[in-house]
Design a protein around this ligand. Structure first.
Ligand code: NAD
Length: 456
């Protein structure tokens, strides 16, 4: 069945229909309408999957992709147009161009944590760039996978875009096929499997992976505001956000003040009985819940740690000074647990950060510009924010992606269009002039050849 889908999409791509910009716009507009029409049903699906608050589904899933669609529809003519560039003197007389060409048939594999946004946002870029697409949503959020399928069925013909639902095995079957581009969002572990499969066919990839994101709070930071913004970004989606702060590195002189402010901020956000709050999600399934429970064993809990095994509920939890070799600090936490680690010197920060691969995000809370810039310029990470968390994802003009361990490539806005397009370089040469200088036998004196760098 998968082979058949790929074959049909390849054949449709060959008809050249997706190269027509008005065809792309027409389908993207239909996608826009269908998502707007079903916004409430999407909220219901995400609530059924892991009690995701309506506000968070609207802000971070549906409105997010609708904003992306609006922007793409406004800009697509310009992005898709052939760009003329200056010619080299050495080719004179010629005119030189960059053509944007779709790759062909694209595979998008999505995770469960923002299950709607992370399936649809790359799809928008892939369709805008003129590709045919197979989307594989996460099996861990089945209600969202079902609505993604419904929407795509309503908007696209299956030879243009289709959904293949299923778990790891289906994903593996999909990866056996030859794709023209693979866009994967998920863990670094599976990212490596995807990269290996892609390498067999030299298929280009974007890998949007995870990491252990530090959040640094120095002694000049506005502590109460920092706490509010850290708590918001960390406990949004119950900590299941790839760019959430994974752990806090705080200057020892402001540690106690920060802990008090974080506690106050959590209570102000979710109330005394967090389990009853409509604004706090659940851990997505039992497997992840048990993983988090295991991480907390033997740790000093400063706040929270409340659980309900029946509902995969773990409350926002602050942990004091976990050891570097603890389970909590071994890898990405991806849940509502926030370790707080104090530092004395910048060297301590350095030693801590260097224990991990390059993270997807880094945050700095400080009123010291020199310190802010030092962190930005010293460490490699996907992206981040100064005096806030998570918000870098909301600017469609900023590329979103990781580096090293946290991924390959980036997307959103124009970057999405660019990654799903091959940039074809064309020189159109005039025929009325053809000096013999470049052709053998070479007669141009070497002293002139040594100067031709000025003509490139
Ligand atoms: P995952 O890697 O377990 O799964 C992602 C997708 O891969 C799913 O569709 C799944 O079915 C498929 N898959 C799982 N195992 C596979 C295998 N062995 N072979 C082939 N396919 C397989 O990730 P997840 O648990 O769904 O998502 C959480 C991870 O994703 C976290 O690490 C998080 O940081 C990361 N993430 C990154 C971003 C980003 O934009 N960089 C966004 C969200 C999540």
């Amino acid at each position: 069945m998968i082979k058949e889908i790929v074959e049909k999409q390849n054949n449709f791509f060959k008809t050249q229909q997706t190269k027509d910009i008005s065809f792309r716009k027409e389908t993207l507009k239909r996608l826009q309408q269908e998502i707007s029409k079903r916004e409430e049903a999407i909220c219901d699906a995400l609530f059924a999957d892991f009690k995701k608050p309506r506000f968070e589904t609207l802000a971070a899933e549906t409105q997010f992709v609708l904003a992306e669609l609006k922007y793409v529809l406004k800009k697509i003519d310009n992005w898709a147009s052939t760009k003329k560039v200056s010619s080299s003197w050495i080719n004179w007389p010629s005119s030189d161009y960059i053509y944007k060409e779709p790759y062909g048939t694209v595979l998008i594999i999505a995770p469960w944590n923002y299950p709607f946004q992370l399936a649809i946002a790359p799809l928008i870029g892939a369709v805008a760039a003129g590709n045919t697409v197979v989307v594989k949503p996460s099996e861990i959020t089945p209600n969202t996978a079902a609505i993604v399928t419904e929407i795509i069925k309503a908007v696209f013909k299956p030879h243009h875009v289709t959904v293949v639902e299923g778990g790891v095995e289906v994903s593996q079957q999909l990866l056996e096929e030859k794709w023209d581009y693979i866009f994967f969002t998920g863990s670094s572990h599976v990212g490596k499997i995807v990269y290996e499969s892609a390498a067999k066919h030299l298929t280009p990839v974007t890998l949007e992976l995870g990491g252990k994101n530090p959040c640094i709070v120095d002694d000049t930071a506005s502590i109460n505001l920092a706490a509010k913004r850290i708590v918001w970004g960390k406990f949004l989606n119950a900590g299941q956000t790839c760019i959430a702060s994974d752990y806090i590195l705080v200057h020892h002189t402001v540690k106690n003040k920060l802990i008090v402010a974080l506690q106050e901020s959590i209570t102000k956000s979710y109330g005394e009985n967090i389990e009853a709050s409509h604004d706090f999600s659940r851990t997505v399934n039992q497997k992840h819940y048990l993983r988090l429970k295991e991480m907390l064993k033997g740790e000093e809990i400063l706040f929270g740690g409340h659980r309900n095994d029946e509902d995969n509920y773990l409350s926002p939890t602050l942990v004091n000074e976990p050891k570097l070799d603890s389970k909590l600090m071994a890898g990405e936490i991806f849940g509502p647990i926030l370790p707080i680690i104090s530092y004395n010197t910048e060297e301590d920060i350095h030693n801590y950060i260097m224990n991990y691969g390059k993270p997807l995000a880094t945050y700095v809370f400080s009123n010291n510009k020199k310190f802010q810039n030092k962190i930005i310029n010293t460490y490699s990470f996907g992206g981040g924010a100064i005096n806030d968390t998570v918000i870098q994802i909301t600017n469609k003009r900023l590329p979103f992606g990781g580096v090293g361990q946290s991924g390959i490539g980036a997307y959103h806005g124009k970057t999405s269009f660019e990654i799903f397009s091959h940039h074809k370089a064309i020189v159109k040469k005039a025929n009325w002039f053809d000096p013999s200088l470049r052709y053998p036998p070479y007669t141009l004196p070497m002293k002139f050849v040594k100067k031709i760098k000025h003509l490139f």
